[in-house]
Ligand binder design. Structure first.
Ligand SMILES: Cc1cc2nc3c(=O)[nH]c(=O)nc-3n(C[C@H](O)[C@H](O)[C@H](O)COP(=O)(O)OP(=O)(O)OC[C@H]3O[C@@H](n4cnc5c(N)ncnc54)[C@H](O)[C@@H]3O)c2cc1C
Ligand code: SF4
Ligand code: SF4
Length: 434
């Protein structure tokens, strides 16, 4: 039998892993039940960690919010940076783990179907066309769920995330658009007991979803739906400032930006104007240290644990890209499918040479003069990878970079932290010496 989860966050090193603790080991909690102390589940005896204290994952912490709740009791198995449990998570959530011999699953995870889509009536101010917000709205309107875990913004700063349990469609809509910074989404789990929320839709990025899945069976919920976003290269609020100042002509007025499939960053400013900058013109030497260490050690780009994933990188320019992982994901998509223009996924070009060249250039922190960056951008946009091949280009580039970063900065944990699917992807490339 596996050992029970150990309560308490008092970890003094990075990897005190309970290797075979089951993901669903603790009994379901009830907000009203008060069993004798010896029969309380670990989270019923635990307290949230104080804000600002060092987290168990130390510098690798992505501030997912779990440690701000009583469910910190399970941090050793739940934290994406203390232990990687992709296979167990996929089996628990989807009934099976990804088939590493199928290229689409190797790259994009367990799936029933993939498609491209746009809302026929896009939501003004959304990150893309607003499919995520629309699903959240419909989930509440149809009574599928009682609340939606989403991320609003601070009244003082558009880029400072404020996680919330939205109870009305209006609150979901107010949370539209990315706050492209680390967000403690799971801190709101602390509000669940006594809230009357029994059916929850949680929107989140991979590290948040890994922790959520690990504690799912102990939450006071009858039903959980998980709507995932792909995610890479996230930053702290200070890191975001450095990025904006280095990449945009006017950091102070940026209200929205996205790395798009045309190999350019598209900025929108508060006066309504737009600005685009080629990826290849970024100030790599300055930006190498901007990404959070959590994100430089992350391989959950495509959000393996979500029921449904809505991103863009596997779609053509201007479209969104949807991966349905299981029946719950299809149920979420059913809420809006009639409002979408949909199309099949496609793939064009060959990423491999560009990825291999990019590994060396990034490692040496090469910065191209802007005129040359524009020229390279023009040719790559014209002849480079498109659709799913663009997605694979981005995954290959980030997985190789992250593997190298881990081997250099955390050699003791690198090999067990890199999941099997990422190892197989990385093996196709020559990496610089660690
Ligand atoms: C940090 C980050 C990085 C991303 N990187 C990629 C990528 O590399 N490739 C790709 O294909 N897609 C990526 N995405 C997803 C993509 O940018 C869009 O969010 C997605 O396609 C949904 O667009 P939408 O118009 O439907 O969303 P909207 O309807 O505008 O809704 C956006 C949702 O995002 C949630 N959200 C906002 N900020 C955060 C946050 N910091 N953490 C968790 N949830 C948040 C909000 O709750 C909101 O519900 C990323 C998203 C984030 C937040
Ligand atoms: S990533 Fe989440 S679970 Fe891990 S240490 Fe940080 S807050 Fe805690
Ligand atoms: S890149 Fe990974 S670790 Fe960083 S916020 Fe996104 S999912 Fe979390």
């Amino acid at each position: 039998m596996s050992p029970p989860p150990r309560p308490g966050p008092s970890l003094d090193r990075l990897s005190p892993i309970i290797a075979d603790a089951p993901l669903t080991s603790a009994p379901a909690a009830s907000a009203s039940a008060t069993p004798p102390p010896e029969r309380l589940a670990p989270h019923q005896r635990a307290r949230p960690m104080a804000k600002g204290t060092t987290r168990p994952a130390k510098d690798l912490c992505s501030d997912c919010g779990l440690c701000d709740t009583r469910w910190v009791a399970y941090v050793r198995q739940a934290c994406a940076f203390l232990e990687q449990r992709f296979e167990a998570m996929e089996i628990a959530a989807h009934g099976r783990s990804r088939d590493l011999d199928r290229e689409d699953e190797l790259y994009f995870g367990v799936q029933q179907r993939m498609l491209t889509a746009r809302l026929r009536q896009p939501i003004d101010g959304a990150q893309w066309t607003g499919i995520v917000s629309r699903i959240g709205v419909r989930a509440l309107e149809t009574g599928l769920v009682d609340a939606v875990l989403c991320v609003g913004q601070s009244p003082e700063d558009r880029f400072t995330p404020v996680p919330r349990l939205a109870r009305t469609p209006q609150e979901v809509l107010e949370a539209r658009v990315n706050k492209p910074t680390l967000s403690p989404n799971l801190e709101v789990l602390e509000q669940l007991p006594g809230s009357g929320i029994k059916r929850l839709l949680a929107i989140g990025v991979g590290c948040q979803v890994q922790a959520l899945r690990a504690v799912q069976a102990t939450l006071p919920l009858d039903q959980l739906y998980v709507l995932g976003l792909p995610c890479v290269d996230n930053v702290s609020r200070e890191g975001l400032q450095t990025f904006l100042e280095s990449a945009s002509r006017s950091a102070a007025t940026v209200v929205h930006y996205e790395f798009m499939q045309d190999f350019r960053i598209h900025f929108r400013h508060s006066d309504g104007s737009t600005e685009t900058v080629p990826f290849f013109g970024l100030d790599t030497p300055r930006l190498k240290d901007v990404f959070a260490p959590s994100c430089l050690s992350c391989f959950d780009y495509t959000n393996a644990g979500a029921d449904l994933v809505v991103g863009y990188m596997g779609a053509g320019f201007g479209s969104q890209w949807i991966t349905v992982r299981n029946a719950l994901g299809q149920q979420l998509l059913d809420l809006v499918e009639g409002e979408l223009e949909t199309g099949p996924v496609f793939s064009a070009g060959d990423r491999r040479q560009a990825v291999q060249q990019g590994i060396g250039a990034y490692d040496k922190a090469v910065r191209l003069p802007m005129a040359l960056a524009e020229l390279v951008g023009f040719f790559v946009k014209r002849f480079g990878p498109k659709g799913l091949e663009y997605g694979r280009f981005s995954i290959d580039s980030h997985f190789t970079r992250n593997a190298l970063w881990l081997r250099r900065n955390h050699p003791a944990i690198a090999e067990r932290h890199i999941p099997a699917f990422a190892k197989r992807i990385i093996a196709a490339y020559r990496l610089p010496e660690s």
